[in-house]
Design a binder for this molecule. Structure first.
Ligand code: PNS
Length: 171
């Protein structure tokens, strides 16, 4: 049977705010890298909205967290105030990979996936999240840290330390 390949079919993008990266994100990025030759971790941020971490900090946390993952090449880039479909078109990426922790995630992600497909044909590949990390989100770990809880094992260690320093100094 004939196979059809194009250069772009081997490249995927994992978009997100990554404020900050969690071990749930790391799991999805690693599994994407096992499926594709090249994975671009795209940090999409709104320049008008201050996050917990600066874009430079988020990039550094992601780069450290993915440095030892096996599989395809992983690179990290940040984009301000842009549509995901435009970023993917510029980078010649035909597919985004996203993790789904629950039906709630699916309800949130499906309209975006359909809109992206409507706009440019950009496809979305959903991977089931690791059930052991189903309860992990950037916003929830921040809340837990803010009120003194321990997020060891839920985020990369440098992120845990930075969260404690950043969020507890104002507690
Ligand atoms: O980590 P998050 O906050 O769930 O990531 C959401 C993100 C950044 C991937 C999404 O909001 C996005 O794609 N933003 C870029 C702007 C855009 O394209 N909006 C229309 C989506 S249909």
């Amino acid at each position: 049977m004939a196979t059809v390949t194009t250069p772009s079919t081997r490249r995927a993008l994992t978009p997100g705010s990554y404020d900050p990266i969690t071990l749930g994100h790391v799991d999805v990025i690693g599994r994407a890298a096992a499926l594709y030759d090249e994975v671009i971790v795209a940090i999409l941020h709104n320049p008008a909205k201050a996050g917990t971490f600066t874009v430079e900090e988020r990039i550094a946390f992601v780069e450290a967290a993915v440095a030892d993952l096996p599989g395809g090449e992983i690179r990290v880039e940040a984009f301000a105030g842009r549509l995901l479909v435009d970023v993917c078109r510029d980078l010649d990426v035909p597919v985004v990979v996203k993790g789904l922790r629950s039906g709630t995630d699916f309800a949130y992600e499906l309209p975006m996936a359909l809109m992206n497909r409507h706009l440019t044909g950009l496809e979305t590949l959903f991977l089931p999240g690791d059930p052991a990390l189903e309860h992990v989100s950037s916003s929830l770990v921040k809340e837990v840290v803010r009120y003194g809880g321990d997020v060891t094992g839920l985020v990369p260690e440098p992120v845990r330390a930075a969260l404690e320093e950043r969020l507890r100094e104002h507690a």
